[in-house]
Design a protein around this ligand. Structure first.
Ligand code: TEU
Ligand code: CA
Length: 538
């Protein structure tokens, strides 16, 4: 992490969920050779960096976010030599590769945990968190965060599934092992890390300070000094539990610890506050705009931010914030790209987003594979909730929404692979697939590709100041970005209806890119359903 090199500020990052990207050997599971075979596709979009969700050895209770050996590659994804080939092939094309780093917890099948649970005085006991009595902290994946271990008659702590015991970051020996492992991967030539729930490593269990806990800064500092400093890499920390002020501190160019963080304020707006993600609330566009504006303001002078709608945990953006009905899908997907990625920050695109892939509604819970979804379902049934009500939450928020196999073409299994995929393909692949989308002049991919070319060309996208326009309007998301040489105007209509605006004060702006007929600024003008446009002051 060399703070003088800031290529990552203007880089386009593409997240690959290896299970679901491309299956090369017909076992129904995406793999590394599959990824290698599509590097040209990725490059063609204008991508600079690939982020791989975990490919380490894992019993896959949480699809790889439960690691049983940090040094081994999961054979279902390939071998270490496949990884080396991936690095070589990617670098050859000017693509960098970052890996997922999951160090808040391991799998319960990790050798450390297997040892740790043997006896109270086992040398690995203190690698994990044990108590005689549990407190009332709940697991993110339902139930208590404590599981009783029969053999040694204590409880171990797991903020996620019981198969994911939390590591004890208070233990310097454990920290040292982790740093060694991180340096092993960096020395191998990877270009950085996405750090899973890294705001949790500063926690203090007994006073229930979990996210952004009292030790976070010192831990991140040690991590930076021992592993990241002096290397030409990028780091992005997933931090669901910190506020934007802290995110700015943590990413400060001089005194910070990471290049950027993932912030979650905007993806929490369609849930009832305090009741968790499954308690659905209709999205208020005004609130969404204000949330973004706050973040943009906070990062005005220093720190750095990431921009994302979706990832492997979040539902598909077009189904959530846009409109996935046929007449609107492509336009609303293009609109979402335009308004999000014209802001200041590093853009992250999740696989399939570039062709406007949609969420999934499986009829029955038995088709779902995600541990969070299944645990919640079982819990809700026990509490007496009705199935249709539970399914409604799953349709809106379940993590399998974004995990269905990539839709490459209209052939068998959407061209994902020759055998039945591990998770069912979305039936809309017959018309929604990358072959179809890329030759379509109104396709999402062609628009997005042009958009990112434009974004790279004009420095105002990287550095320009953000100013929100029409803050109280419920349909239009409009703002300007300006630096010493340019001002650009960004307009997106979040509604399926057209609306009339007087934007005549922008009459000296010309269109750079629009997803339909540009706005006529000389008069009161109709802005069509899901319109998106970028304009520049003459
Ligand atoms: O997710 C962290 C996180 O906060 C999740 O609880 C997230 O909010 C949730 O999935 C939303 O439903 C990371 C990974 O991205 C996720 O896939 C893992 O399951 C989790 O950590 C545990 O490693
Ligand atoms: Ca495979």
């Amino acid at each position: 992490m060399d703070q003088n090199r800031t290529w990552w500020k203007n880089a386009l990052i593409y997240q690959i969920y290896p299970l679901s990207f491309k299956d090369s050997n017909g076992d129904g599971i995406g793999d590394i050779p599959g990824i290698i075979s599509e590097l040209d596709y990725i490059k063609d979009l204008g991508v600079d960096v690939i982020w791989l969700s975990p490919i380490y050895l894992s019993p896959m209770a949480d699809n790889g976010y439960d690691i049983s050996d940090y040094y081994k590659i999961n054979p279902m994804f390939g071998t270490l030599s496949d990884v080396k080939r991936l690095l070589k092939e990617a670098h050859k094309r000017g693509l960098r590769v970052i890996m997922d780093l999951v160090v808040n917890h391991t799998s319960d099948q990790h050798i450390w945990f297997k040892h740790a649970r043997q006896s109270l005085d086992n040398p690995y006991r203190d690698y994990y968190i044990w108590r005689d009595q549990p407190n009332d902290i709940a697991s993110v994946f339902s139930g208590s965060a404590w599981t009783y271990d029969e053999k040694t008659k204590q409880y171990y702590f797991h903020l996620f599934a019981s198969q994911q015991p939390d590591l004890n970051w208070d233990n310097p020996k454990l920290r040292h092992e982790i740093y060694q492992m991180i340096n092993y991967w960096l020395d191998l030539g990877i270009d950085g890390f996405r750090l899973d729930v890294i705001d949790l490593i500063g926690k203090s269990i007994d006073d229930k300070r979990l996210a952004d806990g009292p030790f976070l800064n010192e831990r991140l500092k040690e991590l930076k000094e021992t592993c990241f400093e002096g290397r030409d890499i990028m780091t992005v920390g997933e931090m669901p539990g910190i506020n934007i002020h802290r995110a700015k501190e943590i990413t400060d160019e001089k005194n910070g610890f990471l290049n950027m963080t993932f912030q979650f304020a905007h993806v929490g707006l369609d849930e009832i506050p305090g009741q968790g993600k499954w308690a659905l609330k209709k999205l208020n566009v005004k609130q969404l705009k204000q949330t973004f504006a706050q973040t943009q303001t906070e990062f005005k002078n220093g720190g750095w931010n990431s921009l994302f709608w979706s990832n492997h945990d979040q539902p598909r953006a077009v189904s959530r914030y846009g409109n996935d009905l046929k007449p609107y899908r492509k336009k609303s997907a293009q609109m979402l790209f335009t308004v999000l990625y014209s802001m200041k920050g590093t853009p992250f695109v999740y696989q399939g987003e570039e062709i406007g892939m949609t969420g999934i509604k499986f009829k029955d819970i038995s088709s779902y594979k995600d541990i969070e979804t299944i645990n919640m379902y079982n819990d809700a049934i026990k509490q007496g909730k009705k199935i249709p009500e539970i399914m409604k939450s799953i349709y809106a928020k379940g993590r399998d929404n974004s995990r269905t196999p990539f839709q490459w073409n209209d052939k068998l299994n959407a061209g994902f692979g020759s055998d039945k995929p591990w998770l069912d393909v979305n039936p809309n692949y017959t018309y929604l697939n990358s072959v179809e989308d890329r030759v379509d002049s109104r396709g999402v991919f062609p628009y997005v590709k042009k958009f990112f070319q434009l974004r790279k060309k004009l420095p105002v996208f990287e550095k320009g100041n953000f100013e929100l326009l029409l803050p109280n309007d419920s349909y239009l998301f409009a703002y300007t970005r300006s630096d010493d040489s340019d001002t650009i105007l960004i307009v997106g209509n979040f509604d399926k209806k057209q609306h009339i605006y007087d934007l005549s004060k922008f009459r000296d702006y010309t269109p750079l890119l629009c997803n339909s007929s540009p706005i006529d600024f000389t008069k009161k003008t109709k802005i069509s359903a899901y319109f998106a446009g970028v304009f520049k002051r003459k």
